[in-house]
Design a protein around this ligand. Structure first.
Ligand code: F6P
Ligand code: MG
Length: 440
């Protein structure tokens, strides 16, 4: 990277949210993961005997050691676990060693690396166990989040059904409004992920998500939604098949709102298929894994509410008729590296190629945004297209609520106005942006 670029966010800056996260929030998240393992001693004893219980205890010991390394800022050590991407991670670590004077550690390194490393270490510990290889320490929290989301999802499903029944009566101007409703519902569903709240599940999902959109409008600091709609209409007019890619973030209300958006795009014939990208390992507490993807669709197809259940069943069918696609695991490992997306072309050309045939890539959430802009301390008025540093496999957009102290693409004065109203505007998850870079 050139010297003229802004510096990476890092816990080395004591006033930063990165510092607060590494110092206070990450140890809490790790403690909760350890607690989740504790609860497994008995079940594994029953399932696998004494060896099972011993295995869980070994995992707990290793995670406690990891927490100690984090809290005492020990230098990072090379990964020696059996996960496929271990050597990729060690390459990143070596690059880091060559780029900074002191030994890389949680508090001295770029925040992106430190934070991702903690989640990757947890997965490595589980992978090296005998019995807990596929254990997800955040599974219970994600499942509770989905249960709590059901009332809000029923409202959205009713709204979606009404729109599709009236579809033939809807003029194009109204179609834009409907598009914005589902796009913005998907955006705002990113407000509270479980890593921001260290696993606490706030009751925001019980609100009527469609009605709340209007109230949230003043918190939307940049809104390229109309340009995104026009872009999709233009591709449609050219007669090409439209595949929209969604790089998914959190399980529960957020992922379900994303599927509602996907369904709207298909029903309104704006898109012909949707390709979802999810994580190979448990990630940032609430991110959707392959297992969560299946679980969500099955759960929604079995809810008591008929409308929501019929959508759930339709979505399972869509996986069969391939109007819903899920990108395969071998093309999903890059999402759980610490690399910014500007490095995808070099380090995962196959994923880059897969994305190239997309009409639009929708990146959900804060971490995807941070990776799009390389987690650098950009000036808030720098154009989004500049901040992606050449990452442009296809037209793309970001739907993100602000949960880290970096933002780009704002009109002059917007950042100052928000800061006057709320000193935590960059990290509270209350404010949001919809930014697009459409000239790939
Ligand atoms: O601080 C909140 C945080 O842990 C950030 O570090 C990270 O960017 C974000 O949560 C994850 O949020 P999201 O689920 O929106 O990507
Ligand atoms: Mg997340």
């Amino acid at each position: 990277m050139s010297d003229s670029l802004p510096k990476p966010l890092s816990a080395r800056y004591k006033e930063s949210f990165a510092y607060e996260t590494v110092k206070d929030r990450m140890p809490v998240i790790l403690t909760k993961a350890i607690d989740a393992c504790h609860k497994q001693i008995e079940p594994y004893h029953e399932k696998c005997g004494e060896k099972g219980a011993e295995d869980v205890k070994k995992v707990i010991g290793q995670m406690s050691k990891l927490r100690n390394e984090l809290m005492t800022d020990k230098p990072f050590v090379e990964l020696d676990d059996d996960l496929k991407d271990a050597s990729e991670w060690n390459d990143c670590l070596n690059e880091l060693k060559n780029s900074q004077d002191e030994k890389p550690s949680y508090f001295t390194s770029p925040w992106l690396f430190s934070e991702c490393m903690m989640y990757r270490r947890i997965s490595g510990i589980l992978q090296n166990s005998d019995f807990m290889k596929s254990f997800d320490p955040y599974q219970d929290q994600k499942r509770v989040a989905l249960d709590n989301a059901i009332p809000g999802l029923i409202t959205m499903a009713d709204h979606l059904k009404k729109i599709s029944e009236e579809r033939n009566l809807i003029q194009d101007t109204e179609l834009l409004k409907c598009f914005q409703t589902f796009l913005k519902a998907s955006l705002w569903s990113n407000r509270f992920d479980l890593s921001l709240t260290a696993g606490e599940n706030k009751d925001h999902e019980s609100h009527n998500p469609v009605e709340t959109l209007q109230e949230l409008e003043s918190y939307l600091l940049a809104d390229n939604s109309e340009a995104i709609f026009k872009h999709l209409c233009n591709v449609k007019q050219s007669g090409n098949k439209i595949r929209v890619d969604m790089v998914i973030d959190n399980a529960g209300f957020e992922f379900s709102s994303d599927i509602m958006l996907a369904e709207f795009l298909l029903e309104s014939k704006i898109a012909d298929s949707i390709q979802f990208h999810v994580k190979c390992i448990p990630w940032f507490v609430s991110d959707v894994t392959f297992e969560d993807f299946d679980y969500t669709l099955k759960t929604l197809s079995q809810t008591e509410n008929k409308v929501l259940a019929s959508y759930g069943k339709l979505w399972l069918k869509r996986l069969q008729d391939r109007t819903f696609l899920i990108a395969p695991k071998e093309n999903s490992q890059f999402w759980t590296l610490s690399r910014p997306y500007s490095e995808m072309h070099k380090h995962d050309p196959k994923l880059y190629q897969r994305l190239e045939s997309s009409a639009l890539i929708i990146f959900k959430g804060d971490m995807n945004f941070r990776k799009l802009v390389s987690d650098l301390a950009w000036d808030s008025e720098i154009p989004f297209a500049t901040s992606v540093l050449g990452f442009s496999p296809a037209p793309l957009c970001t739907l993100r609520t602000l949960k880290a102290d970096v933002v780009v693409g704002l009109a002059p004065g917007k950042a100052e106005d928000a800061a006057k109203k709320d000193e935590d505007w960059m990290v509270s998850g209350k404010y949001a942006i919809i930014l697009a870079h459409l000239d790939a």
